[in-house]
Design a protein around this ligand. Structure first.
Ligand SMILES: Nc1ncnc2c1ncn2[C@@H]1O[C@H](COP(=O)(O)OP(=O)(O)OP(=O)(O)O)[C@@H](O)[C@H]1O
Ligand SMILES: [Mg+2]
Length: 281
C-alpha cells in the first residue's frame, strides 16, 4: 500500500479538501483506496458523511484492542473506504507517547491494511506532534498544500531540512499552492520566489474559489458532485500530476534542490528521533 499524507503545520490551508478529492480520484481510477481521517475535528469524516463507531477510540486503537480493519466504513463511492475520526483523536499523540517505539506506531498499524488497499490517504490535523512525526515516518508521499505566505515557505524549508536530517530520501515531498488568488501581486511574487527555490512544487495551483469552499456544504468530493466544474478539473489535474511524479522509476525532483538526493534510504530503521520542531532553527 502506498501511503499518501496530506499535511501542513498550518490550519485551514485546504488539507481536508485535498485529501477527500484526491482519495476519491484515486479510487475512481481503479485503485482500492482508504482515507484515514486523523483529525479529531473529523473534517474528512464529515465530508464523506461518515460516522465514527462506538467502539472506536484512539486509546483502544493504539493499545491494539481494536484493529484498523474493524473500523473501516464504505464511503458509498466505488473503491473508496473511510476510517473515520472521532473526538478521542484529540489525544492521539498522547496515546502514541505511551507506546513503545512511539514514532513508528502508525507505520506498524498500517501494515494491517497492506493487502487490502493500493492507496492509503492520511488527512492530518494541523500542528506538530508525535502524530505528525508518525505520519512523516509512515508516508511514501507527503502532499503539502501551501498558501502563498512567507511563513508557509519558511515551514517548507524546515520540513525539507527535517526530512534531509532524518535521511528519508525515499520520501517524496509534493507541495502545491492552495487558495491562490492570482490577482494579488503578493501571491504572484511569493509563488515565483518559491518556485525558483523549490523545483518540487507542483505546477497545478488550486485557486481560492467559492465553488471549492462549497464542498463543505455539499459533503461530497467535487469530481463526484460536480464532475464538469472547474473545481473538479483542478483536482483532477492535481491528481494527474501527482501520479506522474510517483510513478515507479520517476522520483521527481523531491529533495534535489537541497542536494540530498543520494542519501541512503533508512527511514524504516529505528533511529534516534529528534522530533520536528519548527521553532528550533
Ligand atoms: N481552494 C479553496 N478555495 C476556497 N475555499 C477553500 C479552498 N480549499 C478549502 N477551502 C475552504 O477553507 C476551509 C478550510 O479548508 P480545509 O478544511 O480543507 O483545510 P484544512 O487545512 O484541512 O483545515 P484544518 O487545519 O482545520 O484541518 C473550508 O471551509 C474549505 O471549504
Ligand atoms: Mg482538515
Amino acid at each position: 500500500v502506498r501511503i499518501l499524507a496530506v499535511t501542513n503545520i498550518k490550519g485551514g490551508v485546504g488539507k481536508t479538501t485535498t485529501a477527500v478529492n484526491l482519495a476519491y480520484l484515486s479510487a475512481a481510477g481503479g485503485c482500492a483506496t482508504l482515507l484515514w481521517d486523523l483529525d479529531s475535528q473529523g473534517g474528512a469524516t464529515y465530508a464523506l458523511r461518515g460516522e465514527a463507531q462506538e467502539h472506536a477510540s484512539a486509546k483502544r486503537l493504539l493499545a491494539g484492542k481494536v484493529e484498523l480493519p474493524e473500523l473501516i466504513l464504505a464511503s458509498g463511492y466505488p473503491g473508496l473506504d473511510l476510517l473515520p475520526a472521532d473526538f478521542s483523536y484529540r489525544n492521539f499523540a498522547l496515546h502514541l507517547a505511551r507506546r513503545r517505539h512511539p514514532t513508528e506506531r502508525l507505520l506498524k498499524m498500517s501494515r494491517a491494511l497492506r493487502d487490502i488497499y493500493g492507496a492509503l490517504f492520511l488527512d492530518c490535523p494541523a500542528g506538530i506532534s508525535l502524530l505528525s512525526e508518525n505520519v512523516l515516518r509512515a508516508a511514501d508521499v507527503v502532499i503539502v498544500p501551501l498558501v502563498p505566505t512567507p511563513l508557509s515557505l519558511r515551514m517548507l524549508v524546515q520540513l525539507c531540512d527535517f526530512i534531509a536530517d532524518e535521511g528519508w530520501s525515499d520520501l517524496t515531498l509534493l507541495p502545491f499552492f492552495s487558495m491562490v488568488d492570482r490577482r494579488r501581486s503578493l501571491h504572484q511574487e511569493l509563488i515565483a520566489t518559491a518556485r525558483a527555490q523549490f523545483p518540487m512544487i507542483l505546477e497545478t495551483e488550486v485557486p481560492y474559489w467559492s465553488e471549492i469552499e462549497r464542498m463543505s456544504v455539499r459533503r461530497a468530493p467535487l469530481p463526484a458532485c460536480a464532475p464538469r466544474s472547474d473545481a473538479a478539473r483542478i483536482y483532477t489535474a492535481l491528481w494527474a500530476e501527482i501520479r506522474k511524479r510517483i510513478e515507479p522509476g520517476r522520483r521527481g525532483p523531491a529533495l534535489a534542490s537541497r542536494g540530498e538526493h543520494d542519501a541512503v534510504p533508512r527511514r524504516r530503521v529505528r533511529g534516534a528521533a529528534r522530533g520536528f520542531d519548527p521553532h528550533s532553527r
